[in-house]
Design a protein around this ligand. Sequence first.
Ligand SMILES: Cc1cc2nc3c(=O)[nH]c(=O)nc-3n(C[C@H](O)[C@H](O)[C@H](O)COP(=O)(O)OP(=O)(O)OC[C@H]3O[C@@H](n4cnc5c(N)ncnc54)[C@H](O)[C@@H]3O)c2cc1C
Ligand code: FES
Length: 387
Amino acid sequence: MSALISPPAPGGPVGRLLRSRLAAALTTPHGVDRYLERFNPMWAAHEVRARVVSVHRETTGDAATGSAPVATLTLQPTSTWRGHRAGQHVLVGVELPGSAKRHTRAFSISSAASAPGEQFTLTIRAHDEGQVSSYLVREAQPGTILHLSQAQGEFTLVESPATPTISRLLFITGGSGITPAMSMVRTLLRDGYDGHAGRRVTFLHFARSPEDQIFADELARIAAADNGVEVHLRYGDQLFSEFELRRLVPDYKETDTWLCGPPGLVELVTAAYDGSSRLRMEFFKPAVARAAVSTGSTTERSAVEGEVSFTRSGTTTAATGASLLEQAEELGLKPEFGCRMGICFSCTRTKTAGTVRNVLTGEESSLPDEEIRICVTAAAGDCHIDL
Ligand SMILES: Cc1cc2nc3c(=O)[nH]c(=O)nc-3n(C[C@H](O)[C@H](O)[C@H](O)COP(=O)(O)OP(=O)(O)OC[C@H]3O[C@@H](n4cnc5c(N)ncnc54)[C@H](O)[C@@H]3O)c2cc1C
Ligand code: FES
């Protein structure tokens, strides 16, 4: 009986059978996971899903100051989850009440590195008009089922904490950008990182106010312990300054640094590092903001000449250099999107003619009938998009 109730282990005979060509052929066209899901949402042969185990309120938010509530969701993934490295993110698919579509967004994993099938946490800020973040923070409850990707991303620790060459680490974060850094610090401490032999972690975090501080109690405990981790919390108008960074970490440009936060913070820190390869960044914001920060300019937007035609809806507009997703939204169209960062492929459309530019790499392409991600693509002249 327990074999019927427990999810099939991926490496076991039932798991292998469910992932076989025979199972795929027998369950065409829906696939084996559609049938398993009906039986039990926590059974899967290929896909990854997760059940919300608990919801912990980190901050309540304050409408008067415009701060938004934050919650940490603990998730039990299906046995198909391969685990994650500290700093990685996951794509979360949610079927919102009253919507037939699945909405996908990226969230960094806030708990320490996980092994296959192990529980992990997401810590989410509910954006005012944010569909998915508001649903997850305000309405998700134990038992809610979420669709997941495997963990992805390279914003991770470069080496194992056991490696003696890791001696100095620096995390600079702002707002909910603390989540991947928290996963890394939790992993380091769990795996025995300490302050011996000159090892030191400096964690510099910026929040709106003490009331908005995520993980406040845990950060206070980490700061008080003898573990080689220094925590510096800055609030409100205590903005980032190169002068202060130099005081905290004099050789910061030669120190492995992980940066994640709002565009303003990213811009200031990037300028202070002046091209140093020791600085790694993760972005939560849409791609165009990211491109503007990395190129240090938004002037390209106005330099484009040409017309964008969204052929299926019969609308045309002047190319502005904004992403095609933004241009479509400005016209009142509602194309599907997920991460708005070029990582989830939800916004893929066909460009039937014309020249476009990848806003992250600057690369241009004029190939006909090309699949493009409209969130990271802008017109570079006249172009036709099947939308
Ligand atoms: C790699 C990665 C990791 C991320 N990790 C986290 C995380 O750990 N915790 C977390 O809370 N969020 C994280 N995010 C942001 C998250 O993916 C969503 O963008 C955010 O939750 C808003 O989604 P939404 O559906 O609620 O808003 P939408 O319905 O998509 O947008 C509604 C409104 O909010 C604005 N908006 C959308 N995204 C943002 C944003 N990121 N910041 C400010 N305004 C926005 C839009 O412009 C729009 O006006 C991450 C994003 C990426 C790309
Ligand atoms: S919305 Fe995710 S790739 Fe475009």
